[in-house]
Ligand binder design. Structure first.
Ligand code: FES
Ligand SMILES: [Fe+2]
Length: 430
């Protein structure tokens, strides 16, 4: 790859071609439950400084951060019944960014209707599956994808959000990288605990396919048969910036060229004994990425290990210096597809993964290796005896820093309340 192509694929600010492409897709930007207490938050997305708020009517709004009047910071504004009011001179804006009140002007020169002429930038916001989503592209907006796990019943769901100091593309390339599991997760985890530990099974082969909503990778380990779901079903690089693994999604949402918001949505099927299980509020928590004691990146949990790979590649990975190998065929497919998408978009077509038909957009089916367990469930005894799912009963494996109250709510949902929590600083064994 030359430097120009690397720039093309990684730069996502306003006016860039890749930025225009990503703006064609809905992006999850927060957990809805984060707005119970603090209702106004500054957010930076795609290189734009914005404010996300939930007003007193319960509606979310996303507007530019600088007030139209004299540029005060609207993230210090306050919400009202409909919209957000600047804390400096009280100008108020609705969800569309329209100024709806200018207290002094309205008092002394109401007839001038100055407020009608003032509008700030605003983006549509929707809440779905406990996530707050926005669409920053040209209207009309496409459908907000309704992936099937969002409506699976009897699940404990949680949302984890972290800010990662590197470009979005190297994060997403990890979604189509099967061999890293063997080294980054299995072998490195073992050797972090015991430097002489046996290495895990090798990969015998990997395969890559394309489908309507992304790319799929399949991997076969030497110790597993070819009819294992890792080979027959695989995992999904969900288009354009998500990784879907059956029981969880990981989006990589660009904050700007050098920072990415990692947003994970995790579904844990409760045992039959806990049915029917209805979760009123989906907890959302912020996952730390550095160890305050050592100042190093946290390396104990699966997704934290991925973060280390991504940030290690530099703020924006220099792809002119890479030496790609046979395991990187998926990486090349992903880059090729993004370039094709840019061309399609510039030719006036919808890029890959855009859904316009509401009839299609209903619990869209995705490849799910553990579909049986996740949808039909099992008894608690079966969960405890299961080689993979039993591990999830012991601790939260995906990311470090889960608040104790979320672990407790999970255990109550699973019917394992009272089980001792394992030290979060211990390396996960895979
Ligand atoms: S700067 Fe916002 S009202 Fe004056
Ligand atoms: Fe990984």
């Amino acid at each position: 790859m030359d430097a120009a192509e690397n720039d093309l694929l990684t730069r996502i600010g306003p006016g860039t071609r890749m930025g225009a492409l990503l703006r064609r897709h809905w992006m999850p930007i927060a957990g809805a439950s984060e707005f119970e207490e603090s209702r106004v938050k500054p957010v930076r997305l795609m290189g734009e400084d914005l404010v996300l708020y939930k007003d007193l009517s319960g509606n979310f709004g996303l507007v530019e951060r600088a007030c139209a009047h004299r540029r005060a910071d609207l993230s210090y504004g306050f919400v009202e019944k409909c919209g957000l009011r600047c804390n400096y001179h009280g100008w108020a804006y609705d969800q569309t960014g329209q100024c709806v009140e200018m207290p002094y002007e309205d008092t002394v020169a109401a007839k001038a209707k100055y407020k009608d002429k003032v509008k700030i930038l605003a983006y549509p916001v929707k809440v779905h599956a406990g996530l707050v989503w926005t669409y920053m592209g040209p209207l009309p907006a496409p459908e907000l994808p309704d992936w099937e796990p969002f409506s699976w019943a009897n699940g404990f769901r949680q949302i984890i959000i972290s800010e990662i100091p590197c470009n979005w593309l190297q994060c997403q390339e990890n979604s189509i990288d099967p061999v890293h599991f063997e080294w980054m997760h299995t072998n490195w985890s073992r050797r972090q605990t015991d430097i002489e530990a046996e290495l895990g099974p090798k990969h015998a082969k990997v395969g890559f396919d394309s489908f309507d909503y992304g790319l799929i990778y399949r991997r076969q380990r030497e110790d597993l048969p070819e009819d294992h779901s890792m080979w027959t079903v695989g995992r999904v690089a969900l288009w354009p910036n998500c990784f879907f693994l059956g029981d969880h999604f990981e989006w990589r949402v660009p904050i700007d060229d050098e920072n990415t918001l990692s947003v994970s949505w995790v579904f844990s099927r409760v045992p039959h004994e806990s049915e029917p299980y209805i979760q009123e509020v989906i907890p959302a928590w912020r996952g730390p990425i550095t160890d305050p004691e050592t100042g190093r990146w946290i390396s104990t949990h699966v997704i934290n290990q991925d973060f280390i790979a991504w940030v290690g590649q530099g703020r924006i990975a220099d792809r002119t210096k890479e030496r790609l190998g046979l395991s990187d065929r998926g990486i090349q497919m992903l880059r090729r597809q993004l370039l094709d998408d840019i061309e399609a978009m510039e030719a006036g077509q919808d890029p890959k993964g855009i859904i316009r038909d509401p009839a299609i957009n209903q619990a869209i089916e995705l490849p799910v290796a553990e579909r049986e367990v996740l949808t039909k469930g099992m008894s608690l005894a079966e969960f405890k005896a299961h080689p993979v799912f039993s591990k999830h009963l012991e601790r939260f494996m995906f990311q470090a820093g889960q608040p104790p109250e979320v672990w407790q709510a999970y255990c109550e949902a699973m019917g394992t309340a009272g089980a001792p929590a394992i030290d979060d600083r211990k390396v996960i064994e895979i």
